[in-house]
Write a protein that binds this ligand. Structure first.
Ligand SMILES: *[C@@H]1O[C@H](CO)[C@@H](O)[C@H](O)[C@H]1NC(C)=O
Ligand SMILES: *[C@@H]1O[C@H](CO)[C@@H](O)[C@H](O)[C@H]1NC(C)=O
Length: 327
């Protein structure tokens, strides 16, 4: 049983005294946020690897050669199109390890990785047992934070070897690699999006212990608990809430917040809009729309098969979780 009172921690900003002058308060807030982030990162980071990597100096230039997927059943039982998409990740990247976490094995995995340092994360994850998409969203962040590698949704296939995805010059500095899924490019925001530029989380890549992912995870846990607290029960999430609480909006907003803290300047949608090449901000590498978002009728996205494309998204969510989460 989820005990929201026991689990909820003070918000990142709540704990800062309101009696100081604004300028000082801002500096203290940034320092405190950095400290809290570091603390969360240190807490979350698996004990086995502690000390081998620091935030600013990744131990090894290569990202872990591991591909992660999640589904309700094992890959071998998928059959049909899903299996062939899934197999493409293995075929195109034969030197990578592959793991598909099923509904059952995901519980074991999250428990093994997080029980000791963050039992609250395990409790929230388990409390979401009735909601496959929220669980799947949280799981991808937890897997890439704990072990690193590439996460890919089941309705995607790989079109370019992962070893060729990132220009070598960015490898030593990046701990997280994300791509745009939507970019209003200075125009009006399309009706099916509510933010001017959005980072996709159907495919992304991380080194274990990415501090940006630490903030994403913490924000997701906070947001779920906040909704839980209202009626002391897990709400039925609308589609919009899924996107806000665990999905791309949460992902995008948390990463922009992390980058603002990390760089000490406001990093916003403007900094990730109109990208024509990868852009490194602190330790997060943002890829232009066509890397992961090829074949869309917006955002300057080009047709399938263009030279910037790294993978292919089949937009199955609109037939899957979107149907079970109207609104
Ligand atoms: C992106 O480019 C378009 C077209 O050149 C321009 O109108 C717009 O202001 C740019 N957007 C941003 C956020 O810089
Ligand atoms: C709390 O319960 C009320 C009444 O049943 C419902 O309308 C509301 O959406 C619930 N809120 C949350 C966050 O679950």
């Amino acid at each position: 049983m989820l005990d929201a009172r026991r689990l909820s921690r003070p918000g990142l900003i709540d704990s800062i005294s309101g009696t100081m002058a604004t300028g000082t308060r801002r500096l203290v807030a940034i320092a405190a946020l950095t400290a809290v982030l570091w603390f969360l990162w240190a807490q979350l980071y698996p004990v086995d690897n502690a000390g081998t990597t620091t935030i600013d100096e990744p131990a090894d230039a290569a990202f872990p050669r591991k591909i992660w997927q999640t589904w309700s059943i094992p890959a071998q039982e998928l059959g049909g199109t899903f299996q062939s998409w899934s197999v493409s990740w293995i075929d195109v990247n034969p030197n990578y390890r592959y793991e598909l976490l099923t509904s059952n094995s995901a519980s074991t995995y999250v428990r093994e990785k997080y029980e000791r340092q963050r039992p609250d994360i395990v409790e929230v994850f388990e409390a979401l047992h009735n909601d496959a998409i929220l669980r799947a969203d949280l799981l991808r962040y937890l897997a890439l934070f704990a072990d690193g590698g590439v996460y890919a949704d089941m309705d995607t296939d790989c079109t370019r070897p992962i070893d060729d995805w990132i220009p070598g010059e960015y490898l030593p500095s990046a701990n997280l690699v994300v791509g745009l899924e939507y970019d209003a490019q200075g125009g009006e925001i399309r009706g099916d999006f509510t933010i001017a530029a959005s980072l996709g989380q159907w495919t992304f890549m991380a080194r274990p212990g990415s501090p940006a992912l630490a903030l994403v995870i913490d924000k997701v846990i906070e947001a779920v608990l906040r909704l839980y607290e209202v009626n002391q029960t897990m709400p039925t999430f609308t589609g919009e809430q899924v996107i806000d609480v665990t999905g791309p909006h949460m992902f995008t907003n948390s990463i922009l917040e992390y980058l603002s803290i990390k760089t000490g300047t406001q990093v916003s949608y403007f900094d990730i809009s109109n990208l024509t090449e990868p852009k490194l901000i602190a330790d997060v590498l943002v890829l232009p729309i066509n890397a992961f978002g090829t074949g869309q009728d917006h955002s300057g996205s080009k047709e399938d098969g263009n030279s910037e494309q790294l993978m292919r998204h089949h937009w199955y969510g609109w037939k899957g979780w979107r149907v079970s989460h109207p609104g």
